[in-house]
Ligand binder design. Sequence first.
Ligand code: SAH
Length: 247
Amino acid sequence: MIGSRKTASFFKAFFPALVTVLCSTFFMSKAVFSVDFESARKDMVEDQIKRRGIRDAAVLQALLKVPRHLFVEPKFLSRAYSDFALPIKENQTISQPYVVALMTQSAMLKADDRVLEIGTGSAYQAAVLAEIVNQVYTIEIVESLARTADSRLKELGYNNVTVRHGDGYRGWPEKSPFDAILITAAAPKIPRPLIDQLKVGGRMVLPLGKTGSPQNLIVLTKQEGGSLRKRFITGVVFVPMTGEIRQ
Ligand code: SAH
């Protein structure tokens, strides 16, 4: 009896304090985590993106905003803001932050642009685009990746992105013409149907070349009359574009 009365009065005295300590630890740890990711993101933009010469304010703003740690596999959480590509499911990758910034800047986007991405993957690039332009359409050939990407974007409130499962080689004619098209997988040749879906003055950014060796990241600008102006940006390494382009 005495023992249980003692226990009861002990709890009466200390329970509120215990609850306070547990609650504040929980909320503090959440706060610490979010501060960590936010500062990691700031460091990423300063050290990896600005330092390498990315100047487009909208691109910098988008990279500061998109929570990249929510697009990587949980086991790579601590490396979400590191200077390299990371594996995602189905043997694919989320691109290096700098490459995402470079491709986005090279597309020379305006807020009212309509953009098509081929190779949704984790949907990180799509989210970056969605921070900058009105409408983003993205096609992913691996169904499970398309599904995960779609629900991830919805959860994060990216209502201006539409994800489709399929082969991006033939583009999305019903939504064309596009102001910009980004291909985020290595294409062995320029996909003709995508050029046809580009506006005059529109830009297509893609890694062109064989897989297994570095590809040329290029920008093609569609001229009046349909011809293409080509600009080489840099060497990159991407996973292969698969599907009809290989036939
Ligand atoms: N942009 C992605 C990374 C791309 S990895 C991101 O931000 O995470 C390349 C992706 O292109 C892979 O998910 C791969 O499945 C997809 N892919 C390859 N060939 C494709 C095709 N023909 N059409 C659509 N997606 C394709």
